[in-house]
Unconditional design. Structure first.
Length: 279
């Protein structure tokens, strides 16, 4: 029995590897879906992609007033607008990656019934399509950053070189959770209705609108248990010059992301085989 379990696990890993390799043969389809998503997103809006900039800017201004000015929550001495712009942009990348990859089975049922292609292409395309929005938000952030840098109010550190990797890990974490959610929603669609509420709760449990430094020492370990904490804090340390560097927390966060990714891929491929009969 024990040997059979080991063989089954090995077979599942081989299947996962083969399915992952299959993606490369459909790279043109992946590009086509990404382009379609980008065009469709704001097709019928007046401002179009300008919403990419307005969303984090308006949210950041609200946070400045409510949390920094009224509630007097510290931003570690950093310019509050920069602090919140960076936090909301990174959070938006995470939440968009999660939400867009969480309903691929339900939203694409008819397509999956008629045409064969690697189903994993859909959530990957959804996540890639979030990056134009993030890039535009980073351009806005850079304009504000240049102003405060010229004024001498911020000083980036050498850890800035890690920022691209932290961005990738943030999106990958959202994608990985989204794969698990997409598999669960095949049988329990109600999860999609509460997902946004859960994401909002997670935002307040993550250092998006506050730095880790204001968390009481005895509760700080709980904050570092969230993988996003290490990514956000190191991003601030590199880009803005202030943030906490916790190698143990960061390392555990990176490891956790890849564990969740592995689990997400396994459950996604498992559900992929039979979901048409389930939905």
């Amino acid at each position: 029995m024990k040997n059979q379990v080991v063989i089954d696990a090995q077979n599942q890993d081989i299947y996962l590897l083969e399915k992952s390799k299959e993606l490369f043969r459909y790279s043109d389809l992946l590009k086509s879906i990404v382009r379609r998503e980008f065009k469709v997103l704001y097709r019928r809006t007046v401002l179009g992609p300008i919403w990419y900039l307005l969303q984090p800017l308006l949210a950041s201004l609200i946070y400045v007033v409510v949390f920094n000015k009224v509630a007097n929550i510290s931003t570690d001495g950093l310019p509050s607008i920069l602090f919140y712009l960076l936090g909301t942009s990174l959070w938006g990348l995470f939440s968009d990656s999660l939400v867009k990859s969480s309903d691929v089975f339900v939203m694409n049922q008819l397509l999956f019934e008629k045409v064969y292609f690697p189903r994993l292409i859909m959530p990957i395309a959804m996540v890639i399509s979030t990056f134009p929005k993030f890039i535009m938000q980073m351009l806005l952030f850079c304009l504000v950053w240049i102003y405060y840098f010229a004024m001498g109010e911020i000083s980036p550190s050498i850890h800035l070189v890690y920022f691209p990797f932290l961005v990738g890990l943030t999106a990958l974490f959202g994608f990985s959770i989204g794969l698990i959610v997409s598999a669960i929603t095949v049988k329990f669609r109600d999860l999609l209705y509460v997902l946004n509420y859960l994401i909002n709760i997670l935002m307040y449990l993550s250092p998006v609108i506050y730095p880790v430094s204001i968390v009481a020492e005895k509760y700080r370990w709980m904050t570092w248990a969230n993988p996003l904490t290490g990514f956000f804090e190191l991003s601030r340390l590199g880009v803005l010059g202030k943030g906490e560097m916790n190698l143990e927390g960061l390392g555990a966060g990176v490891l956790f992301v890849f564990v969740v990714l592995y689990i997400g891929l396994k459950v996604f491929f498992k559900v992929e085989k039979s979901f048409i009969d389930t939905i």
